[in-house]
Design a binder for this molecule. Structure first.
Ligand code: TEU
Ligand code: CA
Length: 561
């Protein structure tokens, strides 16, 4: 890859904003668009090129905006369409692009399409969703919802079930219906005409359902088959995305990233193919699931620590296999994942800053487009102070309802431990701006409890400390912009069997980068046979201790060949 072949989004860094939790401007305890606008200079200071906005559309909020009742209206909690347009132009004035969330595997059950679809079996929107007759008085098949429980809901009035891979209020759209596809493409084009810069596509790998909707295998102790195994990367998915490419995505210079649950390398090479026939890149999930236990009945609920060698093997596979043929996205966090420093580093006071910087360096010197989730850049941690009465997330609440109460697969205290390790609300507590009232997020009661460590961990403190996690991210972003080798260099894993150190190289024609990251809590010794002229680019310690790697030490050398 040479300089002139590099696409803008291959050198870009994305900052993800969860609007509900970023900044409240109108004193109702809920973050909003005006609040985001007031913080654009902060995003600019960090150096990010793109903002990905989680859904801001009209929604009854059964799944916090991922259940959309009108794709072309702004949720009044977040503001108005005028506020959105103002945010977009203020972002553009600062050279920041905005990528919107596109949630079209399902709509809300309150969407006009579904209201009509549900009204009778012969309504002309009936076939916009996936309706089936009962089989022997039961669900049409044995698929489970991603949020626990069955994936089908019976409708008394018309005597059929509808499919909802997520919450009951999120009926799946029927992508096999060409009218559905055209309606979605028209809607997307209207957003493109408004001047947005791209789409992050929610669960895009689930659009194409298998013919006949067959039963899946049910693991021991589990009640339902995994929808992921049954539905991901279905038979028509690449046709649908190619059609979207022709009818929408080619109409402007957009950035596209598909959230692709259960995607494997083979499919990723097509979704994110270099020829631009589908999307620019996908979010793959494998590295998020390496710390799952062997009990499929519990799904993600677990707190087994991550084996570093497995992480290295997995991320290296994605780096190597997509090189030259497709493009990676790079992330530790998003609104569905816990805080990286708590999960992969250490949030103990003596290690938090060091390990947050180490994780940042480890990820940001890889090939791909990095994503930073709000608060990650100041090392925000999981929220252990939230209890059962505080959680808002439907995934957490349903886990308790089905896995604890109905099926008694696990007790509530154990589940609470798992939620504190993996639950989505860890990422959704309000952004910590100051050490003042409600961390400067709002001056009234916030919609979700704050993490009680905001007095120590907040943006004000980070900006006042030149040694903070924030300034480390700022440097990493600048390196990506300034050094093409970060975008183009060949990735080479070193010492795959080392359980404590993740070291790799990025190799270019004239030079190479050596990236060394220790995951150990104590000082260990490693010899990388550094040449004398190696230049230390960035580190999370003040000095260089040579072969001694101190706790969570991370350093990057530039070596001329
Ligand atoms: O997430 C899809 C997805 O795969 C999640 O169910 C994920 O497995 C889970 O959150 C991990 O805990 C997307 C959105 O990012 C998520 O916020 C939505 O709830 C979901 O789709 C439904 O729209
Ligand atoms: Ca508000």
């Amino acid at each position: 890859m040479t300089e002139n072949q590099i696409k803008w989004w291959q050198k870009a860094v994305v900052y993800q904003i969860y609007p509900r939790s970023f900044q409240d401007a109108n004193h109702d305890g809920i973050g909003d668009l005006k609040g985001i606008e007031s913080r654009l200079d902060y995003v600019k200071k960090l150096g990010a090129d793109v903002i990905w906005l989680n859904p801001v559309y009209a929604s009854p909020n059964e799944d916090n905006g991922y259940d959309i009742s009108d794709y072309e209206a702004i949720n009044p909690e977040f503001g108005t369409m005028e506020d959105f347009e103002s945010l977009l132009s203020e972002a553009h004035a600062r050279g920041i692009k905005i990528v919107m969330d596109l949630v079209v595997n399902h709509s809300s059950s309150k969407h006009q399409w579904f209201i009509e679809s549900k009204s009778s079996k012969d309504n002309d929107k009936r076939d916009f969703y996936i309706w089936r007759d009962p089989v022997d008085g039961h669900e049409p098949n044995n698929w489970g919802s991603f949020f626990s429980g069955p994936a089908w809901k019976f409708d008394e009035a018309t005597g059929q079930y509808y499919l909802h891979l997520f919450a009951e209020g999120q009926p799946d759209l029927n992508w096999a219906n060409p009218e559905v596809r055209q309606s979605v493409f028209d809607m997307m084009n209207r957003w493109v005409d408004k001047g947005i810069d791209g789409f992050r596509m929610d669960v895009i790998s689930l659009l194409s359902k298998p013919d006949g909707l067959p039963d899946g295998p049910v693991p021991t102790d589990a009640h339902y088959a995994s929808s992921n195994d049954m539905v991901a990367n279905g038979p028509k998915i690449h046709d649908y995305l190619q059609e979207m490419r022709e009818k929408v995505l080619n109409n402007a210079d957009l950035m596209t990233v598909g959230e692709a649950s259960n995607v494997d390398i083979k499919n990723a090479k097509r979704y994110a193919a270099k020829d631009g026939s589908e999307l620019n890149m996908v979010f793959q999930f494998e590295h998020m699931e390496l710390d799952e236990n062997a009990d499929p009945a519990l799904g993600k609920w677990d707190n087994t620590p991550l084996p570093l060698t497995k992480l290295k093997e997995n991320l290296s596979k994605w780096q190597n296999e997509l090189a030259g043929v497709a493009w990676n996205s790079l992330y530790w966090e998003n609104h569905d994942q816990p805080r990286a420093v708590s999960r992969f580093g250490s949030d103990a006071p003596e290690f938090r800053v060091k390990s947050a910087k180490m994780l940042a360096t480890m990820l940001h010197f890889m090939q791909g487009t990095p994503y930073i989730y709000q608060g990650e850049e100041i090392g925000m941690t999981n929220a252990y102070n939230l209890g059962w009465d505080d959680f808002n997330d439907i995934e957490i609440k349903n886990a308790r309802k089905y896995l604890v109460e109905r099926d008694q697969l696990i007790d509530a205290d154990t589940l609470l431990d798992y939620v504190h390790y993996k639950g989505r609300d860890n990422a959704r507590t309000p952004m910590q701006w100051t050490d003042g009232k409600n961390a400067g997020f709002t001056d009234v009661d916030p919609w979700l409890k704050l993490n009680d460590n905001y007095k120590e961990i907040n943006v004000d403190a980070a900006l006042a400390d030149e040694d903070s996690v924030f300034y480390h991210y700022q440097k990493l972003i600048a390196f990506r912009h300034d050094l093409d080798i970060v975008t183009t260099g060949r990735y080479e894993l070193l010492d795959p069997e080392d359980e404590q150190v993740y070291a790799y190289k990025r190799v270019g024609d004239q030079e190479e980068l050596l990236v060394i990251n220790s995951f150990a809590k104590e000082t260990i010794e490693r010899d990388f046979a550094l040449p004398d002229e190696a230049e230390l680019l960035i580190s999370n310690y003040q000095d260089d201790a040579g072969k001694d790697l101190r706790p969570y030490e991370s350093k990057v050398y530039r070596i001329q060949k």
